[in-house]
Every structure is written in structure tokens, then in C-alpha cells.
Design a protein around this ligand. Sequence first.
Ligand code: GEK
Length: 249
Amino acid sequence: MSEDKIYTVAGEVETGEIEPFSFNEEVAAVFPDMLRRSIPGYAASLEAIGSLAARYVRAGTNCYDLGCSLGAASLALRQGIRAEDCRIVAIDNAPAMIERCRTIVHEECLRDPAGAPIEVVPGDILDARLSNASMVVLNYTLQFLPVAERETMIVRIFEGLNDGGLLVLSEKVVDPDPAMEALLADLHHEHKRRNAYSALEISRKRAALENVLVPETVNEHRDRLLRAGFSSAAVWLRYFNFVSIIAIR
Ligand code: GEK
């Protein structure tokens, strides 16, 4: 916990204890709305995951949704998949997310029983054993792993993918040029304000996420993917300081 100064809309200063951000019950309850309002391009990332699943998921293979939260990307995969006998494995280490994710997935499977089964698995994605995968999704999750563990995670994903398999990696990024970074961060905060976040909520969230979400540059991500062995990697979406990258094994 840290003592922090918080600037309100009116410009007054409030001093408060900021709890480090955690994916607890309170966050899980408002989560779908929170991501749509706070991550520019989030809805587009889900749409593309569906379209990419239709193209890349092969019959008899596995798909992984790492850091699944409430399962939005798993449901997008399920809707997009055209191949037979596939399985989606959705993993998250926050019990509050897993519990709600199970309910959401169960309801969707009752509504549309024909789609691929989704296994919702509690656990650390760093311990996940990936195999026979044609598509892996890391939608805004790698940014929460310690930087030192990210290489291991990407190498494991590469090893779990079949040749021709696809990784979707969406992340908050930082620009190497400080002036550009300041502008992009400001545009992001303006975007959040437009989506009905107050200046107080924004400054609280920024303080709470410090050291929890560690963004890297686009080049750091691309270089890591190529080092792991991916044959190509490209940014397909950029909206302020949020990107989504596709990489093919
Ligand atoms: C979506 N992909 O809606 N192991 C497992 N889960 C983890 C770990 C870890 N080591 N670290 C963080 N998480 C989702 C959105 S949210 C993005 C992903 C955000 C989980 C964490 O519990 C949370 O549910 C998720 O990663 C990140 O497309 O909140 O900005």
C-alpha cells in the first residue's frame, strides 16, 4: 500500500491509501464494462480473434486463452472456429475471475451447445503445459507477468504451437520517445474520461497499476517473438498506447 496524492476534477488534492491493483471480486464484478471503457481497441481485438480463429484453428487441435478473465476471448474463439473437434483451454489465476468465467461459459454453452468445449482452468499461465495448439491468445495479459518471465512464456507458447499456428498478443505499450509517450498517455486518459471515468478514478487506477502492469515497447515485443522462433510478427491494431500483434510459428 502506498500513500498517494490524488488530483480530483476540481483540482483539489486528496491524500489516500492506494491498494495495489488486484483482480479481486470487486474488479471481477465490473470487469467487462471496465475493459471496454478503459482499453482503446478492446472490442476490435475480440472481433479479430473471432476472424483469426476461423482462418487459423485446425481440426483436432487446442486453443489457449491465457489470462482469460471472464472468458471474452474464449467466447470470440468459439464463435469463430469452423474446424471440428477443437478444444479451448481458458486459464486465469484470479479465483474471482475463474468463478464468474465458469458461469458465463456455462450459459453460453447452454445457449449454443454446438461450439467447441471450453475448459476453464485456475492457475498461473507460467505453469501451463501447452500442446497441439493452432491458436493462442494473450489478450492484455503478458503485461502483468514479471518482465524476466515474459521470454519463458513466449518460448513456451512457441513450443506448444503447431507449425503455421498463430499467437495473438495484445498489450499496453510504452513509446521510446518520452514526448510521444506523454501525448499517447494523455490521449488515453481523455478516452477514459469520454467513457465516463472521472479524473479521480483515472489517477487512482494509474497509481494502483504502477508496478503491477509493466508495459514494454513494440520493438521489445517483436524482437522477443522473433527470438523465440516465430517466423513473422506484425502489429495489426494500434490505438494510442495499446497494440495487438499477430505472430505466426
Ligand atoms: C480479455 N484476456 O477479456 N497467470 C494467470 N492469469 C494471470 C496472470 C498469471 N500469471 N497474471 C495476470 N493474470 C482478457 C483480459 S485482463 C487485462 C485480460 C486487464 C490474469 C488476471 O487475473 C486478469 O484476469 C488477466 O490476466 C488480465 O480478453 O485487466 O487489463
